[in-house]
Design a binder for this molecule. Sequence first.
Ligand code: 1GP
Length: 247
Amino acid sequence: MQVEEYLNDIVKREGTVHLTLLDPASQSPEEAGEIALAAVEGGTDAIMVGGSTGAGGVLLDQTLLKIKEQTDKPTILFPGNASGVSIHADAIFFMSLLNSRDVNFITTNQAMGAPLVYKYGLETLSMAYLIVEPGGTVGWVGDARLIPQNKPEIAVAYALAGKYLGMHYTYLEAGSGADKPIDPKMIGMVKHALGDNKLIVGGGIRDGATAKMSAMAGADMIVTGTIVEETKDVRSKIEELVSAIKR
Ligand code: 1GP
């Protein structure tokens, strides 16, 4: 429960957690380490590592090792499939893509990956993963029946299902690089239904104002990935996002 407690404690003390997502397929392991260090200096709380395509195996291991050389902040796997498991992470978002049409993303990859999670002794953070329009690459790869942005009640229904299935976290995902982040109204309605269960929001958040809007609407944790890859001054960008969401 170490990482889960760490995250939940930050929510209690500071209002909102900031998570930096690094996709091993987007840069070299060395660059990932440097970005992670800058993100930590900017105030991020933990590093998520994963991606939809070409993000597993040796590349994933090396990326995690380089990140861990640079920072002691927790590393959390964010796997696109069963190949996204590594012994070098502190924890794994053990997630089910509840609105997928494909059983592989709901339970099969989870079953194929579970023995390694057990063997490596990874802390599991159970998560209902919900993909909302526009959905991006992960929506296509995961064959998600995308939840329309203007149908928050569908997101609420899935979030409640995840909570009743025992998942501790719900992730509203608009897709990496989304041109439209999750609508604040959807965030608010889902958080209201979840109560104490933690709500993670990501996809298309690029600035402090959007991060703040998501946090004010009810997000307990904000994930940013693309903006970190695009910006030259990672530390300042993360400072902007973090200062907008912390008490
Ligand atoms: C993707 O929600 C995350 O899984 C982050 O999205 O890359 O748009 O920040 P961005």
